[in-house]
Design a protein around this ligand. Structure first.
Ligand code: ZN
Length: 216
């Protein structure tokens, strides 16, 4: 049995990864991490999508992250700021490292080797644990830590946002992803608030993809 675990937030990237995984693997489960997201709607959104697609969702409580660090994703009293050339204050230090390690423990417990995450180095915001070198290094570490052959898979690593939309479209799910996912830092589903950095990245990518469609 070909089994995969998808790290799943309910956003555009992880939803596209989930749809991709469902085409590639016989059995797919999701893990969603709770860590004081600014908007509970983010988790509700992930749960709704998991239910829509008929996949199991394991919710893992990671509130401990908030005791160690503060940032604009977990604190509602902080403004999101992303200055040109610096790491935005939505960055949670070590988040992907920790999440992937917990996902791996769960994956092994259910006999899955593939762990899929939507990280990307292309729209790189300066998050060091989104980089390919880190993912490959962690894959080796996890194999050694648990004496198991994990396969960390990053379908979006070299895609920009327009190419992520293209992948959804190729699977016939562009409209589903557009209407049901939440990427917006202000907690607005689908096309979002149109103002925050996450919405700008998402909507600029969609416009670029759709323009390319009309041009060809
Ligand atoms: Zn927004």
């Amino acid at each position: 049995m070909n089994k995969a675990v998808v790290v799943f937030s309910g956003g555009q990237d992880s939803t596209t990864c989930l749809l991709w995984a469902m085409e590639e693997f016989d059995e797919v489960e999701t893990v969603t991490f709770l860590y004081g997201q600014r908007h509970k709607s983010e988790v509700d959104c992930a749960t709704k999508i998991a239910n829509d697609l008929g996949v199991k969702q394991k919710i893992i409580q990671m509130d401990v992250l908030n005791q160690l660090t503060s940032n604009a994703l977990t604190r509602s009293d902080m403004q999101i700021e992303a200055e040109e050339g610096s790491v935005p204050n939505t960055f949670v230090e070590g988040r992907n490292h920790i999440f992937l390690s917990f996902a791996a423990i769960y994956a092994k417990s259910i006999g899955a080797k593939a762990i899929i995450t939507g990280v990307s180095e292309t729209d790189f915001s300066g998050y060091p644990d989104c980089r390919d070198a880190f993912i490959r290094s962690l894959n080796t570490t996890l194999n050694l830590a648990m004496d198991y052959t994990f396969d960390l898979i990053t379908p979006l690593m070299w895609k920009d946002k327009a190419e992520v939309w293209k992948l959804a479209d190729q699977m016939g799910r562009l409209e589903y992803v557009r209407d049901n996912t939440l990427t917006c830092y202000n907690g607005v589903i689908a096309d979002g608030c149109l103002e925050c950095p996450a919405c700008k990245l998402r909507n600029d990518g969609l416009a670029k993809y759709l323009q390319g469609q009309h041009a060809s």
